[in-house]
Design a protein around this ligand. Structure first.
Ligand code: MSP
Length: 677
């Protein structure tokens, strides 16, 4: 077996903060990468950022910074791309930025090589350009005169440019798509052939002169390399192709799979293979085009304002639950409609009810009935051995056994799980792999009810051995499932292994056969791995978090009242008597929403009462003992039937349109009655 596995995500545009749609793509790739590592393969998992192009140049100009400063902030800054992948526990081995020097010089060499072999030539570009997508389209490809990808307006464009002889490779690329399993899922092949190849593959414009934020064509200053040639090359430059800074090209190329979203399948399944053919390099084994996460039926996009923030979801539900939800709910390859309700339901049904319950019930019973250690000899029985032998004696794997005795069914399902899981993962169908795991988990929960361990425990002398065997079977099922769940929820599975007493040797791919767990493993009842989520409360909290994030993103606008033009003479000013006062008591005035009544020590020996309309900002009990400032020679005023003798001094401003008030509090060391001057 070839023991290496090279897998990539697309490199992301750092033009805005990434959203849950981007996270979906990266988590799926991470799950596949972790799965191959679990199998003991030498995995190279690459991700990165695609930092050139007009869109970034424009955005940087708007923000008043250089393009490099702009992308640095989105890639490296708080809640930036690197930070998000760290949060989501993404296990990439390398991270490439297309502004990295080694990549840029490799791309120049790639461009030159294609030029020198006659596949790149100079001409005049006339056509339609979609700026947001940075894509050129022919008239026939437009949909209602608009960009077929994003539906936005396209512009006429004409300029001197270099072209790549894509047309030359049309037949070879068509053959690759139609006659091999290069492009997955298969349903995408027809789309590519019908929409792009059969109408006639035109040569591709691969340089621009209308902007400068790109990799310069070194033999023709003024031209920068078209962003897709720059971006696609990352998959080989990151392995050291035509540079000395990186290595691994000989080991890892060709890639086993490029995981990409469906809108960029065209670039990966037509342009990229043609470029590689031109360079005379081997082709990647597969491109997998997954579907989109939709919100209210349309693709999430920052520009449409319908994005979901992965930080909010991860904070609320935990990273593993979020990773699991993304993989469990939406068949990889199809579009899926995101909804918070769906996320919460999945957590409650699969994680809290099914998996969480299996583990907590089993560990609780091992603790209660056996003090945390099952007795030696309760594990795999002779009958189990005979059964397992029978199950595996056939040529194919055991698919399912139904209608048999509970032990037979459970053992058959758990021991046959790995091969079903393996098939699903080989088809890039993590959702199917999870489906198989949860069938086994559900079967195990049913097995608890069928065997009623609590009833067996009533007569330990007679039923003890059977009870121990039932619990062993449950622990073993949970363990096998947990090993196979590790790529999806790495951190939670570590905790689960600790609870069921599975050492590292029982967490490996090879251990996913029946009977590896020691029958005397030390079981502990740890924290609840997946607490149930209260739907209404969580939805409310998510809404509040979304609003707070929106406000923070809009930036805080603070306004203060303009200063007065009119002058006041010094003598008049001096007539105002400001004193330091200490709050002896404070309570809310009955029937008033605003007023607080203060009893103040003003240094005279007689308490002073002041009423102040500040309940919106302060609770009375928080103010007792504070040292404040008051003007004490205002004429008395009645409010809600109570007399106010003076006014407490505060500062006010508006923040995001809302009035904010702060009582002026001074050093407690200043004695009551001290005059301000
Ligand atoms: N820079 C290019 C890729 C170059 S690869 C040589 C690009 N970047 S992107 O940031 O716009 O998208 C990166 C990936 O995120 C793509 O695979 C894209 O499909 C995926 N997604 C972005 N929004 C998505 C959803 N709403 N749902 C699922 N995936 C989505 O394209």
């Amino acid at each position: 077996m070839d023991n290496k596995f090279y897998i990539t995500t697309p490199i992301y545009y750092p033009s805005d903060k990434l959203h849950i749609g981007h996270t979906y793509c990266t988590v799926a790739t991470d799950v596949l990468a972790r799965y191959h590592r679990l199998r003991g393969e030498d995995v190279m998992f690459l991700t990165g950022t695609d930092e050139h192009g007009q869109k970034i140049e424009d955005k940087a100009r708007e923000a008043g910074v250089t393009p490099k400063e702009f992308v640095d902030r989105i890639v490296e800054g708080p809640q930036g791309v690197l930070d998000l992948w760290k949060l989501m526990n993404i296990s990439n081995d390398r991270f490439i930025r297309t502004t990295d020097g080694y990549h840029m010089s490799s791309v120049q060499k790639i461009f030159k090589k294609m030029y020198e072999n006659g596949d790149i030539y100079k001409g005049t570009y006339k056509g339609k350009y979609c700026k947001p997508c940075e894509s050129f389209w022919t008239e026939s490809q437009l949909v209602d005169g608009k960009c077929p990808d994003c539906g936005r307006e396209v512009q006429d464009a004409e300029e001197e440019a270099y072209f790549f002889r894509l047309s030359k490779y049309a037949d070879r690329v068509r053959d690759l798509l139609v006659s091999t399993d290069f492009l997955q899922p298969r349903s995408r092949v027809n789309e590519m052939v019908k929409n792009f190849i059969d109408p006639g593959l035109e040569d591709l414009c691969v340089s621009r002169t209308s902007f400068t934020w790109g990799i310069p064509v070194d033999f023709d200053p003024g031209h920068v390399v078209y962003v897709w040639v720059d971006a696609l090359s990352n998959y080989i430059t990151a392995l050291g192709y035509l540079n000395d800074e990186k290595d691994g090209y000989d080991r890892y190329w060709p890639a086993d799979v490029h995981v990409v979203g469906k809108e960029i399948v065209r670039f990966h399944s037509i342009i990229w293979p043609a470029m590689l053919m031109s360079l005379d390099l081997p082709l990647p084994k597969h491109v997998f085009g997954h579907g989109w996460l939709l919100l209210d039926g349309s693709k999430m996009a920052k520009s449409k304002g319908n994005v979901v923030d992965p930080y909010i979801l991860a904070r609320q539900f935990g990273v593993d639950a979020l990773r699991f939800f993304l993989m469990r709910t939406f068949p990889f390859g199809s579009d899926g409609n995101f909804a918070n309700e769906l996320l919460i339901q999945t957590i409650n049904t699969d994680l809290a009810n099914d998996l969480g319950n299996l583990v907590s019930r089993t560990t609780a019973m091992v603790n209660k009935f056996f003090g945390g250690n099952l007795p030696a000899g309760c594990g795999v029985s002779d009958e189990d051995k005979a059964l397992l032998e029978k199950l595996h004696s056939g040529d194919g794997p055991v698919v399912s056994v139904s209608g048999g005795a509970p032990d037979v069914e459970l053992l058959a399902m758990a021991s046959g799980l790995r091969s079903l899981y393996e098939d699903a993962m080989a088809q890039f169908a993590p959702h199917k792999a999870l489906e198989e795991i949860f069938k086994v988990i559900q079967r195990a929960n049913k097995y608890i009810d069928e065997n009623a361990p609590w009833a067996l425990a009533k007569d330990m002398a007679f039923n003890g051995p059977r009870l121990a065997h039932v619990l062993y079977n449950l622990l073993e099922t949970a363990r096998i499932c947990a090993v196979l769940l590790t790529p999806f929820m790495p951190e939670s599975m570590v905790k689960l292994f600790a609870q069921i007493g599975a050492p590292e040797s029982a967490q490996t791919w090879d251990s996913t056969v029946w009977g590896v767990l020691s029958d005397t493993a030390a079981v502990t009842k740890g924290e609840n791995l997946f607490p149930r989520v209260d739907m209404d409360k969580a939805l409310e909290e998510l809404e509040a978090a979304k609003e707070a994030a929106l406000k923070a993103a809009q930036g805080t606008t603070i306004e203060v009242e303009p200063q007065l033009e009119e002058k006041v003479d010094f003598d008049t000013f001096c007539k105002s008597d400001f004193r330091v006062v200490k709050v002896k008591a404070c309570d809310a005035v009955k029937k008033s929403a605003k007023l607080l009544r203060f009893t103040l020590d003003d240094g005279t020996g007689t308490d002073r009462q002041i009423l102040s309309g500040i309940h919106k900002w302060y609770e009375p009990e928080d103010l007792i003992g504070k040292t404040l400032v008051a003007i004490v020679n205002l004429p008395p005023r009645k409010m809600m039937g109570l007399e106010s003798n003076g006014m407490l001094i505060s500062a006010i401003h508006t923040e995001n349109g809302e009035e904010c008030l702060h009582l002026i509090m001074v050093d407690d060391a200043i004695p009551a009655g001290a005059k301000l001057c």
